[in-house]
Write a protein that binds this ligand. Structure first.
Ligand SMILES: Cc1cc2nc3c(=O)[nH]c(=O)nc-3n(C[C@H](O)[C@H](O)[C@H](O)COP(=O)(O)OP(=O)(O)OC[C@H]3O[C@@H](n4cnc5c(N)ncnc54)[C@H](O)[C@@H]3O)c2cc1C
Length: 575
């Protein structure tokens, strides 16, 4: 059996930053990082707009406390305020550290790191590298991993978390290139597997964002926290759903309805286009519902609104948000210098995830931890985003909490023995799962079932939700789960069998989707991104608490966990 002191699953910002920290603290530790993509193809590479930190290069009055307050208010008071304090306080140092590693941030004329406005932030505090910030950071981190001697398993798919007697002991992984399967044991296992945008039919996320780490944790008996909070980004390019960064509005673009009106004045008169994402996405959805959306021929009553950059002028568009211009041009043939872009909300980010404490150690329940298991980044829930994340706080979370989790792991493994278990039984179980999929030669095609499932989630758990619609959704999922046993693959090969990987991912998507729906059904209030038509108000008396959802084949049990409120008392949220 293979073994490493530490195995990290995920080569995005969170996984890479953790690996680096472990090696910086103790170069003698044997650290491995696994990714089903090449690490530099992790979704982090697609992050556009930037990373928040109160460097005060542009707005001198900014402070960590203002950043923390904006984050807590943005979260609709569901974020844990101890976690947010750490996030905001440690932000400037992690940015400077990234710069010292070689990350090429955009500059002010005097050479300091530039900072732009972002939704829900009350000062200009978002650092960026044009609109390719994730690319700039991830490339630098990955090359540093090689320098520090982290072993990288690229294009290996992790199928199972091994957890015995409550402890995490290792993983089972499958090499996509040749079909080899290996069990790996480790003193510490860390999930940094990113989000689950592919649960829905329209998303800004890459194809690999299938919630694998969440599903593997859930199947191993670990609760998932606050999964009802799914972020819809207001400006997905219509019809493809890819992201047009918030940086475009940060740089001054307008949202307009079919009447040419900047309708945000009716929803967030002070912040306008830079209101937080939950509010802006609801506003767009309501405009479309009221018949003020736009059709491709420009007539009213259609499925999108306009994002209008024209007044910004060519020079600003091409220097600050060139990639967004290119996306619209390449994908829908719109030249944003001359024409407005068609946009509507698209599934973007997972506020919930694997529950962790502020050191990155995974929780087994509200008051106990899982030995040997850690998580950070989008797959984890600290929770610093509560019910709604502010733009540019996610890359920051990956770096701050990736680093902290790495530091925790470096000292944790010093006192831990290499775990023992029966390798063969896990290998047999996973091999059997693969054989079951390969052996069938007729039934249902994967993409047919996946489409049905994604349509079901989009229809029954979208921007607006209600009990009736969600209950119907859960019933449909029960039917779809039965269909999973009928799927068959055309590709029977061991070499690069991506169809097999898609089948394994689909199972994870369905587990995650069911947990999202069950959690959303249980939260009978509207808070942040969770908007119930049958319970339109926030209900602090009954629901100012985190959801912990436990998955089992028999169904989902919901428990609750209290929110850490130590600085900012909950207030009504107005922008
Ligand atoms: C288009 C877009 C733009 C964004 N822009 C911004 C922005 O400007 N600012 C901001 O703060 N946030 C932004 N975000 C959000 C932010 O980019 C992500 O939340 C963050 O990058 C997630 O990083 P991560 O390290 O948690 O995971 P990811 O970068 O998603 O990486 C996940 C890793 O896990 C691996 N993996 C997953 N499952 C398995 C498995 N079963 N086996 C092996 N490996 C596995 C993948 O291969 C990958 O390496 C954006 C997101 C999108 C989609």
């Amino acid at each position: 059996m293979r073994e490493h002191d530490v195995i990290i699953i995920g080569g995005g910002l969170a996984g890479c930053r953790a690996a680096l920290e472990i090696k910086r603290i103790n170069p003698s530790l044997d650290v491995a990082l696994v990714a089903k993509t090449h690490p530099i193809r992790s979704h982090s590479v697609a992050a556009q707009g930037g990373i928040a930190a109160t460097l005060k290069n542009v707005d001198l009055e900014d402070s960590w406390k203002a950043h923390a307050f904006d984050t807590v208010k943005g979260s609709d008071y569901l974020a844990d305020q101890d976690g947010v304090e750490i996030l905001a306080k440690e932000a400037p140092d992690v940015i400077i550290d990234l710069e010292h590693m070689g990350v090429l941030f955009s500059r002010l004329p005097d050479g300091r790191i530039a900072q732009r406005a972002f939704g829900g932030h009350s000062y200009k505090r978002t650092c960026y590298a044009a609109d390719k910030t994730g690319h700039a950071i991830l490339h630098e981190l990955v090359s540093n991993l090689r320098r520090y001697g982290v072993q990288i398993y690229e294009e290996w798919y992790v199928m199972q978390l091994i957890r015995e007697d409550g402890e995490a002991k290792g993983v089972v992984m499958y090499q996509i290139f040749n079909g080899d399967m290996e069990v790996v044991r480790a003193k510490a296992v860390m999930f940094a597997t990113g989000g689950y945008g592919r649960v829905f039919n329209t998303t800004s996320n890459d194809f690999a964002s299938t919630g694998d780490g969440l599903a593997m944790s859930a199947v191993a008996g670990i609760p998932l926290e606050d999964m009802e909070f799914v972020q819809f980004h207001p400006t997905g390019l219509y019809p493809v759903g890819v992201l047009i960064s918030e940086a475009v509005r940060g740089e001054g673009a307008y949202l307009r309805n079919s009447e040419g009106d900047r309708f945000m004045k009716n929803y967030a008169p002070n912040q306008m286009e830079l209101a937080p994402r939950d509010i802006t996405s609801r506003a767009i959805t309501l405009e479309i519902r009221a018949g003020r959306g736009i059709n491709l021929d420009g007539s009213a009553g259609g499925p999108f609104v306009y994002l209008d950059l024209r007044h910004m002028g060519k020079e600003k568009i091409m220097s600050r948000v060139p990639f967004c211009w290119e996306e619209a041009h390449r994908l829908v043939g719109v030249d944003a210098i001359e024409q407005p872009m068609p946009v509507r909300p698209t599934v973007h980010y997972s506020m919930g995830g694997i529950p962790v404490n502020t050191d990155g150690q995974v929780r087994a329940s509200a008051d106990s931890l899982v030995e040997g298991l850690f998580a950070a980044g989008e797959s984890a829930c600290v929770s610093v985003h509560g019910a709604n994340r502010l733009g540019s706080n996610s890359l920051l979370e990956c770096v701050v909490y990736g680093k902290r989790t790495g530091a925790t792991i470096a000292s944790y493994v010093e006192n831990r023995k290499m775990p023992e278990f029966d390798e063969q039984s896990y290998l047999n179980g996973c091999q059997q799962r693969v054989r079951n999929l390969l052996d069938k030669s007729e039934g249902i095609r994967i993409n047919q079932l996946r489409q049905e499932f994604q349509d079901c989630m989009t229809e029954h758990c979208g921007v607006f939700r209600s009990e009736k619609i969600m209950k119907e959704g859960l019933e449909k999922i029960e039917q779809l789960k039965k269909k999973y046993d009928l799927i068959y693959l055309d590709d029977k090969d061991n070499c690069w069998n991506t169809e097999l990987i898609e089948a394994l991912e689909l199972k994870n998507l369905m587990i995650v989707g069911e947990i999202i729906l069950a959690s959303a059904l249980n939260r009978k209030e509207s808070r942040g991104a969770h908007s119930r038509e049958d319970y339109p108000n926030r209900d602090d008396a009954n629901f100012l608490k985190h959801t912990l959802a436990y998955y089992s084949a028999a169904g989902i049990d919901i428990n609750w966990m209290s929110v850490v409120i130590n600085q900012f008392e909950p207030k009504e949220r107005k922008y």
